[in-house]
Design a protein. Structure first.
Length: 288
């Protein structure tokens, strides 16, 4: 978090007076993912994992291959892939992993996305998250269940949209719905002018060859809507994945199973005992 705070301080000190340097700082603000260490109670679970490393090519930042760390627990026939969110890591699902492993039929797969957790990379983005999911599938096979939190929920949808094979169950926990608006909120929070934001989006489009408006969950989801059993869990008072965006998405897809909460948060929802129990029960009922 120290580095992110320093980026914010540097932006405030610059005070929009140097447009070129400001744009460089905005890329760091948007694409730097804070790396938080695991907690003591998570260490035993980490130690017991079957660990490995895979690689993806980082086309946009380092122009090099980045190693990312993988973790597996259990030996059951039902494979469950966990995709963490921005500034998070595989072991942040520890409570959910413990619950899933109470079912001997489950094997859990997880990873730290490039630029996140224990994996290589200074900067990260949605595409690196999605590429890591694809590499997990190429290495270990198609999971029966894909679970994603926050940006991980959008990354899972992006991968499924680009696939010809689908998981049997998709579970999205507080998924991001409109990445452009998340970027705008982040920049507005630190006082970036509309003109400077517009310049950032222009440079974004030039680098990626795609407008940020394409990073919409609904656009990714339409290709497989109704083909995968989908549970979406969200928090009404979530300021990172606002309920208004979630509601707009759900209006287009009434087939989705919805679970709504009003007393948790974007970060705490993945450790909420009610959410964990709900996910465990759904998987058990589906594959019993």
């Amino acid at each position: 978090m120290k580095k992110l705070k320093q980026i914010v301080e540097d932006i405030k000190l610059l005070d929009n007076n140097d447009p070129e340097q400001l744009q460089q700082l905005l890329w760091k603000l948007i694409c730097y993912s804070p790396k938080m260490p695991g907690r003591m109670h998570q260490q035993e679970l980490t130690d017991n994992a079957v660990k490995g490393q895979l690689k993806v090519y980082d086309e946009f930042f380092s122009q090099s291959e980045l190693s990312f760390n993988t973790f597996r627990w259990g030996k059951g026939p039902v494979k469950v892939l966990l995709t963490h969110g921005w500034g998070s890591k595989a072991i942040d699902f520890s409570e959910l992993i413990h619950t899933l492993l109470q079912n001997p039929d489950i094997e859990v797969w997880a990873f730290d996305a490039p630029g996140n957790g224990s994996s290589e990379g200074e900067l990260s983005n949605l595409i690196l998250f999605a590429d890591a999911v694809k590499e997990m599938q190429r290495t270990f096979g198609m999971p029966h269940v894909m679970i994603g939190h926050s940006l991980g929920g959008m990354a899972n949808a992006m991968v499924i949209d680009q696939s010809t094979r689908y998981p049997e169950v998709l579970i999205s926990i507080a998924p991001l719905v409109n990445l452009t608006e998340n970027f705008r909120t982040t920049m507005t929070t630190v006082g970036i002018t509309e003109e400077a934001q517009l310049q950032f989006f222009k440079s974004f489009e030039k680098l990626y060859g795609i407008n940020t408006d394409r990073f919409l969950l609904n656009d990714m989801y339409n290709s497989f809507a109704g083909k995968v059993k989908h549970l979406l869990v969200y928090e009404l008072n979530d300021y990172i994945s606002p309920a208004d965006y979630i509601h707009t998405f759900l209006q287009e897809h009434p087939e989705i199973i919805v679970s709504q909460y009003a007393d948790t948060s974007h970060a705490k929802i993945i450790v909420d005992p009610r959410v964990i129990a709900e996910i465990g029960q759904l998987i058990k009922a589906e594959f019993n």
